[in-house]
Design a binder for this molecule. Structure first.
Ligand code: MN
Length: 233
């Protein structure tokens, strides 16, 4: 290979490695049936999430220093982005980050209850798992339009657990909280199966919550003052 060709090839590898990629689902498309149907999951992952990844990569074109950054960094540092790409990068990096968390927040044949320190914290802050369910559903049903509902741990206040809503593709990381559990409230997450019935969708969603993943995130959150590790894209 000639020298310029080698240089071009190297550059191609470097740029390719820094492009954001759609993560594979950690289970088969029909693995969460009947609670989350295969057709919804196929479109949600393969079309919606994929488009956020594609749009993020497109928005970052011509900004090699930003292409190196993770989606989490881009969401947390939107104020450092150039004006002309800030909104697009924030929305699409948020979409990529949140959906990456979402796929892992669900699992087939998952345990129905949290254990260990997370279970204790839920009892402390909501009275019981039932108390959390009730509050999360009430908050989710009141959330207007396209949004996400979270169980998140405060970085202050002794690491108290709270239920939060973020509109668009917002993430509690930007508000001093660490995500523990998440459900997607955009209609594309449930419209095919549940049409407008968000409450029914959420009742089904509880059946596929992966409490092991929530426990992992809770353990990793290290509230309130130690430096955080983000095991996210
Ligand atoms: Mn979604």
């Amino acid at each position: 290979m000639s020298e310029p060709a080698q240089a071009v090839a190297k550059e191609a590898v470097r740029v390719a490695a820094s492009l954001h990629q759609l993560p594979e689902l950690p289970y088969a498309l029909d693995a969460l049936e009947p609670h989350v149907d295969a057709r919804t999951l196929e479109i949600h992952h393969g079309k919606h999430h994929a488009s956020y990844v594609d749009n993020l990569n497109a928005a970052l074109e011509g900004h090699p220093e930003l292409q190196e950054r993770t989606a989490t960094w881009l969401v947390l540092n939107a104020n450092k982005l150039p004006d002309d790409i800030r909104t697009s990068v924030r929305n699409n990096a948020g979409g990529h980050l949140n959906h990456s968390l979402l796929w892992k927040a669900m699992a087939p044949g998952a345990r129905t209850r949290p254990e260990g320190p997370l279970a204790e914290a839920i009892e402390r802050d909501f009275g019981s798992l039932g108390g959390l369910r009730k509050q999360l559903e009430a908050v989710a049903l009141k959330a207007f339009g396209s949004a996400w509902v979270w169980l998140a741990r405060a970085r202050q206040d002794a690491g108290r657990l709270e239920v939060l809503v973020s509109s668009g593709h917002g993430n509690p990381l930007t508000q001093g909280y660490y995500p523990v559990l998440v459900a997607d409230l955009w209609e594309h997450a449930y419209y095919l199966k549940h049409q407008n019935r968000r409450a029914d969708y959420l009742k089904d969603w509880w059946n596929v919550v992966d409490w092991r993943e929530a426990e992992r995130l809770f353990e990793g959150s290290r509230a309130p003052s130690e430096s955080l590790h983000f095991p996210f894209p």
